[in-house]
Design a protein around this ligand. Structure first.
Ligand code: HEC
Length: 151
């Protein structure tokens, strides 16, 4: 049972399993939402610093930027499972798997922009950090506009 679970998960993560059951589809949705929740959780304090609502702390900012960047590396794997045929609690639109190439392109862009933010955040220069943060925000938004249900 456990072995089966681990194996199916390994295959799922590798994107090689097409035939999911309801339970696996729910798990896949849970995982991708968790990945993005981690991104959002770290964007909130980073945005607060950029908007100067909380004091800029270069070291803390860098921690948040690195976590966001790491979460963005997981998007392709987290969305490898095509869950279109299941009824799920999700904001993921079918377009993700209808035009997966475009989805992956936007994911790669967000990965790159968040990696840049993590690098720039080492400078501790709020002006540069702000500009890199806004660039990254555009990349998040570009994907949400196209592939996430409005809420
Ligand atoms: C390539 C596409 C893509 C990129 C890039 C992307 N997102 Fe998302 N995001 C989605 C999709 C699709 C969902 C809905 C997932 C679901 O409900 O199954 C989502 C959901 C979310 C959620 C809600 C998670 C939850 O609790 O259900 C947050 C928060 C979020 N994204 C933040 C971000 C941030 C911050 C960035 C940029 C740093 C980002 N996203 C980049 C596609 C993307």
């Amino acid at each position: 049972m456990l072995k089966n679970f681990v194996l199916s998960f390994a295959l799922l993560a590798a994107g090689t399993v097409q035939a999911l059951d309801q339970e696996q589809a729910e798990k896949a949705a849970e995982i991708r939402q968790a990945v993005l929740e981690i991104a959002g959780w770290n964007v909130v304090p980073a945005a607060g610093m950029v908007k100067q609502k909380i004091p800029y702390d270069a070291e803390r900012f860098q921690v948040h930027a690195e976590r966001i960047a790491f979460s963005m590396t997981m998007i392709p794997d987290a969305f490898a499972a095509d869950t279109r045929e299941f009824v799920l609690h999700t904001e993921a639109l079918d377009g993700i798997w209808e035009d997966h190439e475009e989805f992956l392109r936007l994911a790669a862009d967000a990965k790159e922009k968040s990696a840049t933010l993590a690098t720039v955040s080492k400078s501790g220069d709020l002006e540069q950090v702000t500009s890199a943060f806004l660039d990254m925000g555009q990349a998040c938004k570009a994907c949400h506009d196209k592939f996430r249900e409005d809420n």
